[in-house]
Design a protein around this ligand. Structure first.
Ligand SMILES: *Cc1c(COP(=O)(O)O)cnc(C)c1O
Length: 418
């Protein structure tokens, strides 16, 4: 069962001030979750979460996470500048980009961030742009092939195909990169890999950790480069469907600790710091997209038109992703109506739900769409002249703050040449 972090009465009074649709975030949930993550990795003194800024690039959110000890994982110039303006710089910035430009490397190095190199050819791009290499650097590894987990819990499978992914370096390339970077003056090395997305298994991070820990020990042995940190990246998922199992971050942290003690400690590498770059896990459950039913249509199927559309939340249209929906005030009513819940784009994939069993929806009903705190607002776009919505923050004291205003027509027209 999923329950909203706001009540219907709260939402009605919020909507009286800030018209729907809007995204709203739960400060309490964000902080409690960030503290659970920190506790799970407290055994590793150098541990740091670098929040994947692309998931929710909103200053109020980045500042809350920074207060909870998180840095920023940036992947573009705009995200670097955003981090800087939120007071996050130096080694609290990780720059994990791909297809990177010299300008972006300059910005990352100006901030003193840790550069995570996606490809061996980017060593030249970096040196040409910045004039030298930083003392501390990370290289992204891609093992190729197919990644699967032996164990599955509750029938949940983890399967992904790094061999088809554009990211990272091959095994020979990463060793070559280390040697070249050492010659150029790098003192401290790290490795990074992202092998599977939105995993619902407590075994994902430990399995990834084993791969990276073994690789770190091998690379240190082969190249003489000192590996001081390992970046487990993102990929810890959230149960978008109410029946899916939830990850237990304490179990995950403990699984990674066992791998650390089995592999890194015997290799004499027990000072190695662990980093994570979680986005979805940090924020998705702590955001709702709130929208109102404005139209009903009875043709070959039953449609409910809402005032949000795929421009506010692209995941269902783009990936066919499931997002759970609650019709506010009808939590206990029987789900005896089958609806497609649609936006107003001239695109037939603009549906938040297809053939979803829900209580009878009346015009004016408020709908909460769950798990939109990450990769929700941030993937928004302006197709069909749709304006980006506001973002609101439910503070721990129950007050509501506007943390990004809704776009206006003038914003939309601002870049036009008439
Ligand atoms: C997107 C991304 C993340 C975050 O992924 P989540 O699935 O949101 O945890 C972390 N690191 C990199 C390099 C990414 O591209």
């Amino acid at each position: 069962m999923k329950t909203p972090f706001v009540t219907k009465d709260q939402l009605e009074s919020i909507a009286a001030q800030y018209p729907t649709p809007f995204h709203i975030y739960d400060e309490r949930g964000i902080r409690e979750n960030a503290r659970r993550l920190r506790a799970a990795f407290a055994w590793n003194p150098g541990f740091r979460e670098y929040f994947a800024v692309k998931a929710t690039p909103t200053p109020a959110i980045l500042k809350i996470l920074h207060e909870e000890g998180c840095g920023c994982d940036c992947s573009s110039l705009a995200e670097l500048v955003l981090a800087e303006r939120c007071g996050v710089s130096g080694e609290e910035v990780m720059f994990s980009s791909n297809n990177t430009t010299g300008e972006e490397f300059q910005a990352a190095c100006r901030l003193g961030g840790i550069v995570n190199l996606d490809d061996i050819t980017l060593i030249d791009t970096l040196v040409n742009a910045v004039g030298k290499v930083p003392e501390k650097i990370c290289c992204r590894f891609n093992p190729g092939g197919v990644f699967t987990l032996g164990e599955s819990r509750d029938g949940v499978q983890v399967m992904d195909t790094p061999g088809d992914a554009k990211y990272g370096m091959t095994r020979p390339q990463i060793a070559q990169s280390f040697l070249r970077l050492k010659d150029l003056g790098v003192q401290e090395f790290g490795i990074h890999a992202f092998l599977a997305s939105n995993t619902l298994s407590n075994e994902y991070y430990p399995a990834l950790a084993r791969i990276l820990f073994r690789l770190a020990a091998e690379l240190q042995e082969e190249t003489g480069c000192r590996v001081t940190f390992i970046n487990l990246s993102g990929g810890v998922g959230v149960p978008y469907r109410p029946e899916e199992p939830e990850n237990d971050i304490a179990v995950i942290g403990e699984g990674v600790r066992r791998a650390y003690e089995e592999i890194l400690v015997p290799a004499g590498m027990d000072g190695v710091a662990l980093y994570t770059e979680l986005g979805r896990y940090m924020l998705a459950p702590y955001g709702h997209l709130v929208t109102r039913a404005i139209h009903e249509k009875h043709i070959y199927k039953e449609y409910i038109g809402v005032d949000a559309c795929a421009c506010n939340l692209m995941r269902p249209a783009m990936y066919g992703a499931y997002h759970h929906i609650t019709v506010m005030g009808k939590e206990d009513a029987p789900c005896d109506h089958r609806y497609d819940v649609a936006g107003s784009l001239c695109e037939n994939n603009d549906k938040f739900a297809v053939d979803r069993m829900l209580p009878k929806i009346d015009m004016g009903d408020l709908l909460v769409i769950y798990d939109t705190g990450a990769h929700g607002f941030s993937m928004g776009y302006n197709y069909n002249g749709k304006l980006r919505s506001a973002e609101l923050l439910l503070r721990e004291d129950g007050s509501v703050e506007l943390i990004r205003r809704a776009e206006t027509l003038e914003d939309y027209f601002a870049t036009l040449v008439w």
